[in-house]
Design a protein around this ligand. Structure first.
Ligand SMILES: [Zn+2]
Length: 557
């Protein structure tokens, strides 16, 4: 998802907290309904992987909800199946206090249901307590019933009741920044994903409902609502779970054996048929670089929404006005050669949805990679030089004020630098590897090695280092764990016809080759943080550094 920094949990949460007290009083059996304070960014219970999360492994969700746009009301149940990793009597789940908890129960194999005690802790976290010990290795299912009026929050609203441009009801979800627990109860973190999921949504019968996964059919309930069933047949991170309810018209296509399904407002049908042709170019490029589209059994879908778009797994929301560029920008340059939302959000199917960061701190694993995929898409379609031009366009917007990897275990969103700086960093590593055949095999093997897993940056750095035989971890650390990029210091001695050079960097032991001299005949030098001397006939003014290939500062003196 496109993200613009940290804007979380404002007035909506203050309101939500006070509402929750009312809801909790009506709920039985509650041990104690602690009045939840407004959730602050930096929440460790939500952001961390505490003992009552770590003691279990998610297997499966069945999210089963009714959405009533007329009443702006959401109600239902999530069946949460998990395996205990150790003996215990408590697990942690999450749901914003906006919603009333209508009961949490333990299901047994005979179909009986045992009500459980629970307590709402700070913000949205909930401790669920079991009357008897849950045993390591055993599988349990908890049904979590809830209801209430969703409160919009964050950039895209989390869960929104809106009207489409023709004034018809429209419901969309988008909750990467805000967390999935803004609209449904779950274990709201990134490390642990269910293996599969069912999504059932009851929506007014005159509307269409689209979620992620493969459509399983719909049933008219004869009460004004129709129940839509979707099956997610792969691991899925919580924020990628989505529902969309609107006056959608559907058309479909195929790419090789992959189903492509598109849901747009009826008046946009012809524009969509024209614009979505680009999906095949995107798939061709990414399958070439990384291998098969990650979720073939669930298919690929685009669903029209009012915001620009997010990467909801296999049901990407699209609001880019059926134009190239991003929301009409930029009007010039390579950026208008393709539809940004199709190319960027779809890249997340590989990087973000299939490979997922274990912790929000390492979100560049999603956004830096998706941004770099834009460059690869340009390179695949229009050549390497255009890819390089695309990559380097806008790099002056990178602030380098904070590291793009933030503190682990703290709820928040890393700086927006994670997009462009992440891509510039990856291209720098490509220049360090200095062999395109090796580089593209590395990208392919990286994806294949880690697909459907949650990982951290240390895993990426270790894989890249092992596969290339290069000591890349200090380079990863300098670019990702420090604010500043390395500066190449060049000290010229005109009389001696030499230039002294070294890296100015934060990371101990930082060393990185770089191309210098003349762009029509680069020479690769291997600076460290110690001065070295190179003979040169070039003057200070004519001595160049390949700053399009390496994202570095240059200081000549
Ligand atoms: Zn993104």
């Amino acid at each position: 998802m496109r993200s613009h920094g940290n804007r979380l949990f404002g007035v909506a949460f203050l309101l939500a907290s006070s509402l929750a007290m009312v809801g909790a009083q009506a709920t039985t059996p509650v041990v104690s309904a602690v009045a939840p304070p407004a959730l602050q960014e930096g929440d460790k219970l939500l952001g961390g992987y505490g003992p009552y999360r770590a003691n279990n492994d998610l297997l499966y969700y069945h999210l089963d909800v009714r959405v009533d746009p007329a009443k702006q009301y959401l109600s239902g149940v999530n069946a949460i199946r998990f395996r205990m990793l150790e003996d215990g009597t408590r697990i942690q789940l999450d749901l914003v206090p906006t919603f009333k908890i209508d009961g949490i129960s333990l299901e047994n194999t005979h179909g009986a249901s045992l009500p459980l005690k629970y307590q709402r802790i700070a913000g949205r976290s909930i401790y669920v307590d079991f009357p008897r010990k849950l045993h390591k290795g055993q599988v349990y299912t908890v049904d979590f019933h809830y209801s209430g009026h969703p409160v919009e929050m964050g950039r895209f609203g989390g869960f929104v009741f809106r009207k489409d441009p023709m004034g018809r009801p429209l419901v969309n979800t988008a909750c990467e920044e805000e967390g999935a627990s803004v609209w449904w109860p779950n274990k709201d973190q990134w490390r642990d994903e269910v293996e599969s999921m069912d999504i059932s949504v009851e929506a007014p019968s005159d509307l269409v409902e689209v979620s992620g996964g493969r459509f399983q059919g719909k049933t008219d309930l004869h009460d004004g609502f129709t129940r839509w069933n979707w099956k997610v047949q792969y691991p899925i991170n919580n924020y990628d779970v989505s529902l969309n309810i609107g006056t959608y018209t559907h058309f479909s296509d195929t790419y090789n054996n992959l189903s492509l399904d598109y849901y747009v407002f009826p008046e946009d049908l012809e524009k969509a048929k024209h614009q979505f042709v680009q999906v095949k170019d995107m798939l061709k490029a990414y399958e070439h670089f990384f291998g098969e589209y990650p979720f073939p059994k669930d298919g690929y879908k685009l669903v029209e929404a009012l915001y620009s778009g997010v990467e909801n797994q296999t049901a990407i929301t699209y609001g880019n006005h059926f134009e190239n560029g991003y929301l009409g920008r930029p009007k010039t340059g390579i950026g208008t050669w393709f539809d940004f939302i199709i190319v960027h959000e779809s890249a997340h199917e590989w990087f973000g949805n299939s490979i997922t960061a274990r912790d929000r701190s390492d979100m560049w694993i999603h956004e830096g990679w998706a941004n770099y995929c834009e460059t690869l898409f340009v390179e695949d379609k229009w050549g390497k030089q255009n890819g390089l031009t695309y990559l380097n366009t806008g790099k002056e917007g990178v602030k380098n004020a904070r590291p793009i990897i933030t503190e682990e275990g703290i709820y928040g969103t890393p700086p927006v630098d994670q997009y462009k700086k992440g891509a510039l960093f990856l291209n720098t590593v490509r220049s360090v590897v200095n062999d395109d055949a090796v580089w593209f095999k590395l990208l392919h093997d990286y994806y294949q090695h880690f697909k459907y897993q949650t990982i951290m940056t240390t895993d990426v750095a270790a894989f890249f280092s092992t596969e290339t035989g290069l000591k890349l971890t200090p380079i990863f650390n300098q670019y990702l764990r420090h604010a500043a990029i390395p500066t190449l210091e060049l000290r010229f001695d005109d009389a001696a016809h030499t230039v002294s050079y070294r890296w100015q960097a934060d990371e101990p032991g930082f060393a990185m080759p770089v191309r210098v001299g003349r762009h029509d005949g680069w020479k690769i030098v291997e600076p460290t943080t110690e001065w070295k001397v190179l003979p040169t006939s070039l003057s200070r003014e004519n001595f160049e550094v390949a700053t399009d290939l390496y994202y570095v500062n240059v200081h000549k003196f």
